[in-house]
Design a protein around this ligand. Structure first.
Ligand code: DAT
Length: 184
């Protein structure tokens, strides 16, 4: 497969799922407890102004994918050169090159719980409904299964703090195994 990440000494992980499922909270705990560099892709997009106009109908900025991916490529290359692994979080996963990631963690949340979180975030009814519908239809999970080898796609529940802790533990265990399997 060539440039498939076999030269990495630490794994790269993507935490994905519908807005509000707990990606950023989970990814920052993973970064802390597993010792990976956290890349919050949403924040990166804002920081680097990776926009290509505004979609009036969808009431949202249009993502400049090329600009984002170019910037991320540098971040991933630099991390690999420095022997660092990355835990990235974003609400989509198909835009990234497959070779970047060793594990795709898809967080799932019950509809009622997601409703409360999106309401607390101040999303209006339309935005709340769209996101809840996407979660019910498992849009991001299907996208992950279509975009990556199925062995690396892990679907986990993210309803409670206990779920979050268990997901972080699981990633910790998985990383230890990955390090053993990939030791020289
Ligand atoms: P995302 O990055 O997916 O949009 P977040 O990490 O910002 O989500 O979390 C949204 C809110 O929900 C935030 O207040 C933390 C809370 N939360 C997330 N995951 C949770 C979980 N598993 N248990 C309890 N609260 C959670």
């Amino acid at each position: 497969m060539g440039d498939d990440g076999s030269e990495r000494t630490k794994p790269n992980i993507l935490v994905t799922g519908t807005p509000g499922v707990g990606k950023t909270s989970t990814a920052s705990l993973i970064a802390e407890q597993v010792g990976l560099k956290h890349v919050n892709v949403g924040d990166l997009i804002k920081e680097l102004n990776c926009y290509d106009g505004f979609d009036k109908e969808l009431d949202t900025n249009i993502l400049d994918e090329d600009k984002l991916l170019d910037a991320m490529e540098v971040i991933f290359e630099t991390a690999a050169e420095e022997g660092q692994g990355i835990v990235a979080d974003y609400h989509a996963c198909e835009i990234f090159p497959e070779r970047w990631f060793d594990l795709i963690l898809v967080l799932r949340t019950k509809t009622e719980t997601l409703f409360d979180r999106l309401a607390a975030r101040g999303y209006n009814e339309k935005k709340r409904d769209e996101n809840m519908q996407a979660e019910i239809m498992q849009v991001v999970l299907d996208e992950a299964r279509e975009s990556y080898t199925k062995e690396i796609v892990h679907e986990v529940q993210s309803n409670t703090i206990e779920d979050m802790d268990s997901n972080v533990d699981r990633v910790n265990q998985w990383t230890k195994q990955w390090l053993k399997d990939n030791a020289d």
